[in-house]
Design a protein around this ligand. Structure first.
Ligand code: SF4
Ligand code: SF4
Length: 407
C-alpha cells in the first residue's frame, strides 16, 4: 500500500487512516491504523492522520507504537459522529468532523483515505461487524453472548470449539490484540497437530445398525456434531459416528430410545456390572471424570476423609447417566445415589450436566412413585478443583440418609 507516492499523476502528501468508520473499533483495526500511519510518516515522509472514535491501544506493543507515532508527528483526531466525506475538484478527499478533544469542527483535505478491510459491509452488521451466527450454524458451533464464535465455556478456551478439529483464532473469537492473535494461531496449530498425531481412535460411541430406527435423537443430542445418518446397502438407514469428531461423552447412549447407541468407555453393560457389585447400604456417586472424579482424587491426596460407604462410579460426562442406572443402584440396596456433574455453564460437553439434572429430577419422581424418598437421590455440581466441596457434599448426603451415616 505504501510502496508508491503517486496517485495517478498526483503526488501523495497527506493520508488519512480511519480505523473504525463503521462504528466498531477493535484492537486489531486500531493497531493497523496506527502502524500504517507511522510507516507512512517514517518511510514516505507524508502527513498522516488517524481518525477514530476510540484508539484501542491497551496492550504494550500498541501503546509503544502509538507513542512513537505521536512523536513522529502523526495527528490523531477523535470524533463521535461519522465524518462527512466529499470530493475536491482536483480529486482529493475532503473530510469534515467534530473533534471531541479540540471541541472544534475540523476540515482535512487528503490525497488518500485508507479504510480497514471489509469496511464496506461493516456499517450494516450487528455486533460491531461480526456476523458469525451464519458461520456458527454451518460449523455446528455456537456463539458467545457478544456474537463471537468462541463459546462461553471454560473447557473450550482459548481456541477450541465443540467440534474436534475446528479452532477459532483472532477476530472471530473476540476483540484481541495482536499478541493474543499470534498466540491463538500457535495454539490452534499445536492442537491440530495433537489431534492428527493421535495414534488411534478406540473409545468412541457406536450405533448398532440392526436396531437403529434413524430417529435422529442422538444426532440432535450430540454436543460435538459427531453423528450423522447414512444410507447403507439395501435401503437401510442408520446413525453413524465420526470417530475423529466423537469425544466419548456418552450423551448419545443415554438418549437413544432403542438402546442402539452405546458408549465404548461407559456402556450400559459396564455401568450395570459396577452397580451389580454394590453391597447393601452404600452411598453411590456417579462422578463425571472431568470434574468430580478429579475432585475426589484431589481430596484423597490432600488427606480429606469422606464416609467409608461411598462408592464412586466414574462416567465420562454426567449427561451419560440414564435414570435406569440410578434406579438400579437403589434396587441393589444403595442408601443414596449422588450424581456429580460440572458446574452449570462449564460442562466440557456443553449441556451434559443440564441433561443429568433433568434426569435426576425424573428419577426422584420415579422413586417417589415407588414409595422411596426422592431425597435419597441428589445432584451436585462442582469443578475438578473443589475437593473440599466434594467431601462436604458426600458427608452432608450421608448424614441426611435414614439408613446410613449419623442415623
Ligand atoms: S459419545 Fe458424545 S461426542 Fe461421541 S457421538 Fe456420542 S454424543 Fe457425540
Ligand atoms: S437415537 Fe438411537 S435409534 Fe435414534 S438414530 Fe440414534 S442410534 Fe438410531
Amino acid at each position: 500500500m505504501l510502496g508508491s507516492l503517486e496517485e495517478g499523476s498526483r503526488s501523495i502528501r497527506c493520508i488519512a487512516f480511519m480505523g473504525d468508520p463503521g462504528g466498531g473499533a477493535s484492537r486489531r483495526s486500531s493497531f493497523s491504523a496506527v502502524s500504517c500511519a507511522l510507516a507512512a510518516t517514517e518511510r514516505l515522509g507524508v502527513d498522516a492522520y488517524v481518525l477514530m472514535r476510540n484508539v484501542e491501544v491497551d496492550f504494550a506493543e500498541a501503546e509503544r507504537l502509538y507513542r512513537r507515532a505521536r512523536d513522529q508527528g502523526v495527528v490523531f483526531l477523535k470524533y463521535r459522529d461519522q465524518p462527512v466525506m466529499s470530493s475536491e475538484a482536483d480529486g482529493r478527499v475532503r473530510l469534515e468532523l467534530e473533534d471531541v478533544l479540540l471541541g472544534e469542527r475540523v476540515a482535512l483535505v487528503c490525497d488518500l483515505v485508507v479504510l480497514p478491510d471489509g469496511v464496506g459491509a461493516l456499517s450494516d452488521r450487528p455486533n460491531h461487524g461480526r456476523p458469525y451466527q451464519e458461520l456458527a450454524a454451518l460449523l455446528d458451533a455456537g456463539v458467545d453472548p457478544q456474537g463471537f464464535l468462541q463459546e462461553d465455556n471454560v473447557h473450550l478456551y482459548p481456541v477450541s470449539s465443540r467440534r474436534s478439529g475446528v479452532y477459532f483464532c483472532g477476530d472471530c473469537r473476540g476483540d484481541l490484540d495482536i499478541g493474543r492473535i499470534r498466540a491463538d494461531a500457535a495454539n490452534a496449530a499445536l492442537s491440530a497437530y495433537g489431534l492428527l498425531s493421535r495414534p488411534s481412535v478406540c473409545t468412541v460411541a457406536e450405533a448398532k445398525r440392526e436396531t437403529c430406527a434413524a430417529c435422529l435423537t442422538c444426532v440432535r443430542a450430540c454436543p460435538h456434531g459427531a453423528i450423522h445418518i447414512v444410507n447403507g446397502d439395501s435401503e437401510e438407514v442408520y446413525a453413524a459416528v465420526d470417530a475423529l469428531a466423537c469425544q466419548d461423552c456418552g450423551v448419545c447412549a443415554a438418549v437413544c430410545p432403542a438402546e442402539s447407541m452405546q458408549s465404548r468407555s461407559a456402556s450400559d453393560e459396564q455401568l450395570l456390572a459396577q452397580i451389580e457389585c454394590l453391597d447393601m447400604g452404600r452411598l453411590v456417586a456417579f462422578c463425571c471424570v472431568e470434574s468430580a472424579c478429579q475432585a475426589a482424587d484431589r481430596a484423597g491426596r490432600m488427606g480429606f476423609h469422606y464416609p467409608e460407604p461411598l462408592r464412586i462410579i466414574p462416567i465420562p460426562c454426567a449427561g451419560r447417566l440414564d435414570p435406569l442406572h440410578i434406579m438400579k443402584a437403589l434396587e441393589r440396596g444403595a442408601a443414596g445415589v449422588m450424581v456429580f456433574g460440572c458446574q452449570e455453564g462449564a460442562c466440557r460437553h456443553l449441556e451434559g450436566n443440564l441433561r443429568a439434572k433433568a434426569r435426576v429430577a425424573y428419577a426422584r419422581g420415579l422413586a417417589e412413585e415407588a414409595g422411596v424418598s426422592g431425597e435419597r437421590i441428589r445432584m451436585v455440581n462442582l469443578s475438578a478443583e473443589m475437593a473440599r466441596s466434594f467431601v462436604k457434599a458426600v458427608q452432608t448426603m450421608w448424614e441426611s440418609l435414614p439408613e446410613g451415616g449419623a442415623t
